[in-house]
Design a protein around this ligand. Structure first.
Ligand code: ATP
Length: 351
């Protein structure tokens, strides 16, 4: 399978010497892609977008976006309604063909070489789509045909098994529950074994249990070498899954970074302390460079910016607060801590 082979190649390029384009082995588009990777994998991205603009009349739905996605990552594209996420995905997946800029999948131009890029890319769209006539197994066999993939019953059964749909194989797709439909749509998008999979709001309207199950499937897909770009309004979903986060607003990229970097730059720590005695009035005065708020008679809250202890010689704010409380012989009844969520950071950056 191409995704597996690309992932394997990333780990051990020498083992793929026989795929060197100069050896002239294959002419299949997948193998072209692998040949391309063989030549240029080290310095190229699985998706590279340069100065992409898509305009509807006066509205720039996507405005001068440049973005690189690395092979094997899970990338979350976040943004409020109308930010341009679906438009951007549509430009990459070939649903929108008229745009300005340069978009390449594994080095192939999506405009000039769409016959190749469409085979390399998979899309699970937002809306559930039903097959009017087919049962689950046949809808998968049929789907592969769009990409010239011969029906392989063993592969279909493996996919159904992996997505817990094996017992529904012979059922009409319209009789599946919403959650099963979503899983079937992912299976369909995987039938041609894409190296880059777009999940456009994969868990919209999905209950908590199924959402976690779908997250597990997404992680497994990445393990087998598929690169994943997902859009979501559940910021928690991005927090749980993504290596990197891209934030889009009004068609423009506001920020692209590793989640950990965003957390360090914008994240705040909150520590709430409950004392056995009333919070002393002069505590804030003694620690006047710290952000300490009295919540009620016995409770106080310290808020401070995250930092790594080894990055500075100063004692951490929480350490100083605790030391001061202990020096004053104040009994600490309880301590609760929390960190800014990605959702709060997202709101800071977008609204
Ligand atoms: P959501 O989170 O609501 O799905 P989104 O980030 O995916 O939003 P898009 O669907 O890409 O946003 O839409 C971006 C902007 O482009 C919106 O203002 C939308 O109204 C506009 N738009 C999208 N498709 C068209 C179209 N075919 N014609 C005109 N305007 C469009």
């Amino acid at each position: 399978m191409a995704a597996l082979r690309l992932a394997a190649y990333a780990q051990s390029p020498d083992a793929f010497e026989w795929l060197d384009p100069r050896s002239g082995h294959d002419t299949d588009p997948f193998n072209h892609a692998i040949e391309f990777m063989t030549e240029r994998f080290r310095d190229d991205y699985i998706l590279s977008i340069r100065e992409l603009t898509k305009q509807y009349g006066d509205l720039k739905a996507v405005d001068d976006v440049s973005l690189d996605i690395e092979p094997g990552e899970i990338f979350a594209l976040l943004g409020p309604n109308g930010a341009g996420k679906t438009t951007l995905i549509s430009c990459v997946t070939g649903l929108i063909t008229h745009f300005q800029g340069d978009v390449r999948v594994a080095g192939y131009d999506v405009s000039e070489q769409s016959h190749i890029t469409r085979r390399l890319v998979g899309l699970v769209p937002q809306e559930l789509k039903y097959d009017a006539f087919f049962n689950v197994r046949d809808s998968l066999r049929y789907q592969g045909g769009f990409f010239g993939v011969e029906p392989d019953d063993q592969e279909v059964d493996q996919l159904l098994e992996a997505f817990s749909l094996a017992d529904k194989a012979d059922q009409r797709t319209r009789w599946l529950s919403g959650g099963m439909q979503r899983r079937l749509m992912i299976c369909k998008a995987l039938m041609h074994d894409p190296v880059l999979l777009f999940l456009d709001e994969p868990t919209a309207g999905v209950d908590v249990e199924l959402r976690e199950e779908l997250w597990e499937y997404v992680r497994r897909l990445r393990e087998r070498g598929t690169t994943i770009v997902l859009t979501t309004h559940y910021i928690e979903e991005a927090e749980k899954l993504a290596d990197r986060i891209g934030i889009l607003n009004d068609g423009e990229i506001v920020r692209v970074d590793e989640q950990e970097t965003l957390m360090r730059e914008f994240g705040m720590q909150r520590v709430q302390v409950e004392l056995g005695a009333p919070v002393p009035d002069d505590l804030s005065a003694e620690l006047d460079d710290l952000d300490i708020e009295r919540l009620d008679e016995h409770r106080l809250e310290l808020v401070y910016r995250e930092r790594r202890a080894h990055q500075t010689n100063e004692r951490s704010p929480v350490d100083r607060l605790m030391q001061t409380l202990l020096d004053r012989n104040l009994e600490i009844e309880s301590v609760e801590g929390g960190r800014t969520s990605l959702e709060e950071i997202f709101k800071q950056l977008v609204f």
